[in-house]
Design a protein around this ligand. Sequence first.
Ligand SMILES: Nc1ncnc2c1ncn2[C@@H]1O[C@H](COP(=O)(O)OP(=O)(O)O)[C@@H](O)[C@H]1O
Ligand SMILES: [Mg+2]
Length: 184
Amino acid sequence: MSIVITGNPGTGKHTISSRLAKELGYTVLDLNQIAIKHGIFEKKDSTRDVDTKKLAKIIKKIIAKDTIIVGHLAPYVVERSQIKLAVILRKNPYKLISIYKRRNYSKLKQTENAASEILGVIAYDSIKKFGLRKSHQIDTSDITIKQTVNKVKLILKKKFKSDDMDWLGMVAKKNDFAKFFPNR
Ligand SMILES: Nc1ncnc2c1ncn2[C@@H]1O[C@H](COP(=O)(O)OP(=O)(O)O)[C@@H](O)[C@H]1O
Ligand SMILES: [Mg+2]
């Protein structure tokens, strides 16, 4: 059965997926790559410029057993019955901003993705789509890549459920709402 690795950009999806695939003998199915290959990915600045209906149809056809499906679009294009579990990678929004700056994301793309992380949009959409039982969150802010991979393995063995994170509380304490939710 397949595993979903999702989360906002910069949370560690691709790093973890390739390591995990190697260790478990799974193949990686990258949703962005498939979208590009099929010409349904518009290279605009926003995160959702993909025809998710078309992508869902394609995914249905090509999902094999023991696949790691990776991408922030997973909750919108993968069905609950197609996977055994979904891992939502999370990261401190301040650390995400640093990663986005290094990636030369536009200001808008930086704040949009960090705000989505603070509000837990992908986590919410994953739980809604895949169910609470199949959904697991890992906070990758202060752990190594190896520790993250090990956490996923513990999840597979049903020995770990989910990390807790409170980015909203963190941003409130720092009085930083305007930084992530600017008036436009
Ligand atoms: N615990 C961790 N798990 C995953 N990635 C991590 C971790 N700690 C640091 N990183 C780093 O985070 C950065 C973003 O990872 P990447 O796999 O490109 O994310 P995504 O595919 O979600 O955009 C990489 O430089 C990666 O090495
Ligand atoms: Mg990536």
